[in-house]
Structure formats: C-alpha cells, structure tokens
Design a protein around this ligand. Sequence first.
Ligand SMILES: Cc1cc2nc3c(=O)[nH]c(=O)nc-3n(C[C@H](O)[C@H](O)[C@H](O)COP(=O)(O)O)c2cc1C
Length: 169
Amino acid sequence: MLNVHILVGTMTGIAQLVAQEIELAFAGPELGIDVAFMDALDRRVFEQPGVFLICTSTYGQGDVPDNAKAFYADLGACRDSLAHVHYGVFALGDSTHVGTYCFGGKRFDEVLSARGARRIGEVMEHNASGGTLPEDVAIEWFPQWLQQVCAALAADPAVAAANAGHPGD
Ligand SMILES: Cc1cc2nc3c(=O)[nH]c(=O)nc-3n(C[C@H](O)[C@H](O)[C@H](O)COP(=O)(O)O)c2cc1C
C-alpha cells in the first residue's frame, strides 16, 4: 500500500480544504492518505515511509503561511540529506501578486530539492484569480500526479520496497 502524506500550509483554510478533498476522493485500501498541518512539523516528518505532497498557500510578500514558517526554517537549517524523500507540490497563490506568484510552494520546492529530495511532477500552481476552485483543480490533477509517483517508485525498487510498508500493514 502506498501512503501519501499531505502537509498543509494555510492561513484561511483553503489549502486545508484542498487536502481534505483529495483525501476524501482518493483514499482507499490501496492508497493511504493523511493530512497534517505544518504547525508542529520538522524534518523528522520525512522519516516515515511514503511520498509527500506539499500543499501550501503564499502570504505577505511571497512568504510561506504563518503555520508553515517554523517547518520551512527547520528545513532551511537542515544539513541532512533528504535524498530518500519523494514529494510533489500543490501551490496556492494569486497572480495579482506579480513577482511572488505561488512563492510559498516554490520556496518549499527549493528547500527540499536543495537537500536532495526528489520532486515528482511539476509544481502545480493554483491561481485564486483564475476563475477555478482549487479543490476542483486538485481533484483533476491528483490522479495524473499519482501515476507519476507510481512510475518514479517503480523505477526505483529500493524506494518501492521502503514505501510498501511492512507485510500486514
Ligand atoms: C495578505 C495576502 C497576501 C498574499 N500574498 C500572496 C503572494 O505574495 N503571492 C501569491 O501568489 N499569493 C498571495 N496571496 C494569495 C493566497 O495565497 C491565496 O488566496 C490562497 O488561495 C490562500 O489560501 P489559504 O486560505 O490556504 O491560505 C495573498 C493573499 C493575501 C490575503
């Protein structure tokens, strides 16, 4: 069974809604999905088996949301390799913020890739001014991201074995 851990950075709950909708729509016997706010997280979250979906909005002048700041800072201070980590990014933003569009998700992408973590797929950007609902876009986007996840893991047998968990899980 594959586990997807969705890590949520949010100010007003929209990224949380996106994560919950993905969990509701796709979690099942073959796919474990859990949702965690970033508030209390640090680098140790990446010690658990599975793949990670960073689901975060952007605030201030291209900053990560308040509840993501400590986690982001911890990753920035981290000197450990995160080469075992596979992750995707669903970034929420608003294109009226020219120059900092979706920077919250992009910042996490940068800090994770700098530690050797491997992104699966492109950073998915949702534009709050684009006339679509982020949860609808996420539901459409997630299956093809999952296909990319499966392809990446299949190409890496060691990772596939680690992500498979223990017999009887
Ligand atoms: C005060 C404020 C600052 C924002 N700054 C940015 C920004 O710099 N770049 C961006 O792409 N979006 C920015 N946004 C847009 C939010 O990221 C977007 O509306 C998002 O969907 C909010 O999701 P959340 O409820 O999960 O926090 C800003 C929104 C507000 C209210």
